[in-house]
Design a protein around this ligand. Sequence first.
Ligand code: ATP
Ligand code: MG
Length: 436
Amino acid sequence: MSIPVVTVGATHEAVVDGLERLHGPVTVVRRCAELTELLAACQSGLALAAVVGDGSEELTTTLVDRLGAVGVCVVALTDNPDETKRLRSIGVVAAAADIKPVVLAAEISQAVERASRYGQAESPRSTGFADPGGGSALLPQATEVPEEPDGSGRIFAVWGPAGAPGRTLLAVNMAAELAADGQSVILVDADSYGASVSAMLGLLDESAGLAQACRLADQGLLDLEALTTTASEVYTKAGSFRVLTGTTRADRWTELRAAALTLVLERARQLADIVVVDAGFCLEADEELSFDTLAPRRNASTLRSLELADVVFAVGSADAIGVPRLVRGLAELEVAVPQASPRVVLNKVKRSAVGYAPEQQLDDAWNRYGPGISIEAYIPSDPEACDAALLSGSVLLETAPESDIRHAIAGLVCAAVHQKRRSFGRSTRALRRLKR
Ligand SMILES: Nc1ncnc2c1ncn2[C@@H]1O[C@H](COP(=O)(O)OP(=O)(O)OP(=O)(O)O)[C@@H](O)[C@H]1O
Ligand SMILES: [Mg+2]
């Protein structure tokens, strides 16, 4: 079968003419005047590949991802080495502007074949991209653009249902404890409904670091240096960690698109041992409510963070409202992100909400109504310590270093990072004290 191709850009018409004269293996089905027309043509299912002759600078990660989602590979013509590097970082096959039509046709065929081999869902990085950089074999510039190594850092996502169960408090203090443990850490505020990491840490920064990083990633410009500059540095007495602050105005959630966030998190993995993500609560796949497949998705940042996470902490409030919510939330999580195997954390554990011997009570209720996943940790309620930390824009290891809540969080996250499934002695001891 001849591969249907759409093209854009008048400058390289000779190349497109040459493609047409080949009479296979590709067929130019439409020449578009601009990228929006090309996008519409691709969305209508007209093509399997797009050749961008002019205006490759307008290609962004989001656009390439959307084209990939409708099964279209993108090949762009450029002689600029920086642009070539940028294009490849966002999943575009870059070819020299004076490429011979027969070589271009071979590039297109290979790109289409790779895409069909991997499929969207099964691509090696599961990012929804066409194999980034995979078209290098025929490219003269391939040797000049070395492949980026995969990051070895791990992503810890902190998620929990609605009702403020303590996601941000846990994420912030986990980051601080990991830094104190000697890990290099980036904390990412990906809550698209109520970003509050910067408020909790007393940062005056209003620049929405994550949105900035996403913008750079979308343009293919987020290298390690740019990420380092975009992130704020937070110092505690026991160590420092970086923070990508969230969108300060809730209506800026449109800036956190899945494809760009994927690149940010992948880049963060290269920069840090552990990337802690404060995810939002909502798991609805809102594009199902819309026929506009290009529309940004409000819950994309939460869903993508959970999809990419190595460890998901599922946090619920330990009370009569929070526990049933968490049980329902875990069922939704199972459907939305089946690969996540959440570690259940019950937070704000206190006798006044649960009764005498709260751990036992919670355990009994969980065994009766819970989803069959055991509770990994109980974090005691300590409003005084939490309020003091919030008031001073600090973390528990500074404001309440000897508190049970601090030890419980440290025990939980350090156990996860050292890959040991310990019995969380400190948190259990903390609860024992509560029971007395
Ligand atoms: N273990 C705890 N003991 C006492 N207070 C707590 C505890 N954990 C969290 N809190 C308090 O609960 C409130 C909500 O916490 P946090 O902002 O972390 O929740 P969230 O799940 O991130 O909520 P949101 O839905 O707003 O994102 C804060 O005032 C915090 O200090
Ligand atoms: Mg929060």
